[in-house]
Design a protein around this ligand. Structure first.
Ligand SMILES: Nc1ncnc2c1ncn2[C@@H]1O[C@H](COP(=O)(O)OP(=O)(O)OP(=O)(O)O)[C@@H](O)[C@H]1O
Length: 273
């Protein structure tokens, strides 16, 4: 069995049999509140948000500026703790963890993908993919092989020793996606992941997300763009710190959005080649 097949098998078996077992939750959020206490006022950034994200889901978090998206993202990413309510990651409620425990869970079980890639310029592609493992001192041959396999999965087999400055924006975001998966995370947490990319490269990155999600990977993405949200399975919209909408994206809408985006890219390519 090749590494690629081994990885696919492990993802498939991880995702369980939906017909016979209840779906496990990547995260469960209950009555989540976050207040920022300033000198003159208290900002209620989240006012009691509740939702579950089952494993294998693909959620777009949307909402106007100031609605609480970053605040929610910070808690999903274990970068901050709620004022009240619970956010479960596996068996842990993050509101009950110490800062050290939060840092541990953040580096070991959350896969981050940022708009600005956040790669380390001095490191190669494979080394960047391994970065989350450094903190755990896991740098053996097996881990390197897994990083190489992930680089191959995102189409960078011929760029393993390149530095970020030698890569295009889309290639750098592929490295970030591979890095996000090195630790077998609860979910990929993506913050405007295509915000710096052109439409052709955006399409490539969304294709990679589709592929990993089809294999059972859970994706939670903050985006302002309807075209991105309409490729996800579910849209959660925040307004004034509350959940304003939790909508399943119908399969037909996802397919139509994907087809329209493919067509637009093909037309663009035809015009420019
Ligand atoms: N560290 C902080 N201290 C005080 N208030 C904050 C802090 N962070 C966010 N806020 C306030 O909390 C509310 C929600 O902010 P948040 O950044 O979560 O919104 P957002 O939906 O991510 O907005 P945007 O789309 O503009 O990034 C806003 O009123 C904001 O001013």
């Amino acid at each position: 069995m090749s590494m690629r097949e081994a990885y696919s098998t492990s993802v498939a078996s991880d995702s369980g049999d939906a017909a016979t077992s209840p779906r496990r939750m990547a995260t469960s959020i209950r009555n989540l509140k976050k207040e920022y206490v300033l000198k003159s006022e208290t900002v209620r950034a989240l006012r009691g948000v509740s939702f579950d994200v089952p494993e294998g889901d693909y959620v777009a978090i949307m909402g106007p500026s100031g609605s609480g998206k970053s605040t929610l993202l910070n808690m999903l990413g274990c970068l901050d703790k709620p004022t009240a309510g619970s956010l479960m990651l596996g068996d842990d409620d993050i509101s009950k963890l110490s800062d050290d425990q939060l840092a541990e869970i953040r580096s070991e079980r959350i896969g981050f993908v940022f708009q600005s890639y956040n790669l380390i310029q001095q490191l190669s592609v494979v080394e960047n993919i391994q970065v989350p493992l450094y903190y755990q001192g896991r740098l053996g041959a097996d881990e390197r092989a897994r990083a190489v396999m992930l680089a191959e999965r995102v189409g960078l087999a011929d760029r393993l020793d390149h530095r970020p400055s030698q890569l295009s924006g889309g290639q750098q975001q592929r490295v970030a996606i591979a890095r996000s998966l090195i630790n077998d995370p609860f979910f990929i947490l993506a913050d405007e992941p295509t915000g710096n990319l052109d439409s052709i490269t955006t399409e490539e990155i969304l294709g990679i997300f589709d592929e990993f999600n089809n294999e059972g990977r859970t994706i939670i993405m903050v985006t302002h763009e309807d075209e991105l949200a309409d490729r996800s399975k579910r849209i959660i919209r925040l307004k004034d710190g509350m959940l304003a909408l939790d909508e399943v994206v119908p399969e037909e809408r996802r397919d139509a959005t994907r087809a329209a985006q493919h067509r637009a890219v093909e037309e663009l390519l035809a015009r420019t080649t």
